[in-house]
Write a protein that binds this ligand. Sequence first.
Ligand code: NAD
Ligand code: ZN
Ligand code: ZN
Length: 348
Amino acid sequence: MKALQYRTVGAAPEVVTVPDPEPGPGQVLLKVTAAGVCHSDIAVMSWPAEGFPYELPLTLGHEGVGTVAGLGAGADATGLKEGDSVAVYGPWGCGTCANCAQGKENYCLRADELGIRPPGLGAPGSMAEYMIVDDPRHLVPIDGLDPVATVPLTDAGLTPYHAIKRSLPKLVPGSTAVVIGTGGLGHVAIQLLRAMTAARVIALDVTEDKLALARTVGAHEAILSDKDAAAKVRELTGGRGAEAVFDFVGVQPTVETAGAVAAIEGDVTLVGIGGGLLPVGFGATNFEVSVTAPYWGSRGELIEVLDLARAGAVSVHTETYSLDDAPLAYERLHDGKINGRAVILPNG
Ligand code: NAD
Ligand code: ZN
Ligand code: ZN
């Protein structure tokens, strides 16, 4: 089968032919319908050879939707059957530690020790005609949802959903939420905020077309992310700032903006992995600001995100590419040219 692989540190990913995978005991073989292109892959492909955490070659793709094409021994015990259309829960854990028992496999206590890696981030991912899912519990039926519009929800939806849920008690009527970076994750975050809260949403990005998308998907205000952005947010909030700030870029200038606009007792959530650091200490931010940097979301939260989508609350903007054109999708994402999420269709 064809697969998109990152093969050499520093080189572009390549479409190659690899052996067709076979599901082992308990595993599920998916014929991949759609695979989302995440900026985290670009970060991975920028890491140096020294200390690179995954084995190469690596089949990319940590957002996946497919149809069940084969079941390993015992994998049918859950009622899963061939032809079922399913979304892949990506942050695989052991399934039995204290965190996994709560569905928080993204915070599995034993994944490192057991060498368990998410598809596309260590294990072979979704940018291939077929992929192996290690356990049926990592699949959620999409039940009538469109595969292309749904695949980004497994990360670009789930990650902001998890972040927003933490701050829900603060996002009361009259409050403000700031979204920095309105790309794949950010443009979904705006819609989730509008569906889940009464907060006023202020979006920040660096180009007019990204700001236009932010407005289209529900931002009340969309402003350029520059050195004056924090002052503008303060002005728009009568000096109070934002009760919750979500940074989907995470570089030094954006984490500084995030810290500067957080209201007293506000939440700052750094989702982007741009390497920026926000100092915490008396006087560094407003009083009693909480700063966190979460990773992905829980199994239960993915089910909730798909339920929200089924209720019509989120509409992901997508551009589709063939598997052969997947390297181009990464190039365009790297150059800031994707509006919304790029989705690869490995089987056409
Ligand atoms: P994306 O490229 O689709 O979106 C990023 C957006 O940020 C783009 O619209 C870009 O124009 C904008 N941007 C760039 N510089 C900016 C600046 N200085 N100010 C404001 N906006 C700016 O990327 P994505 O796939 O949505 O991923 C966003 C970030 O989240 C990445 O860093 C990614 O690695 C990270 N991520 C983290 C997790 C997690 O679990 N923590 C999960 C998925 C993605
Ligand atoms: Zn991702
Ligand atoms: Zn675990």
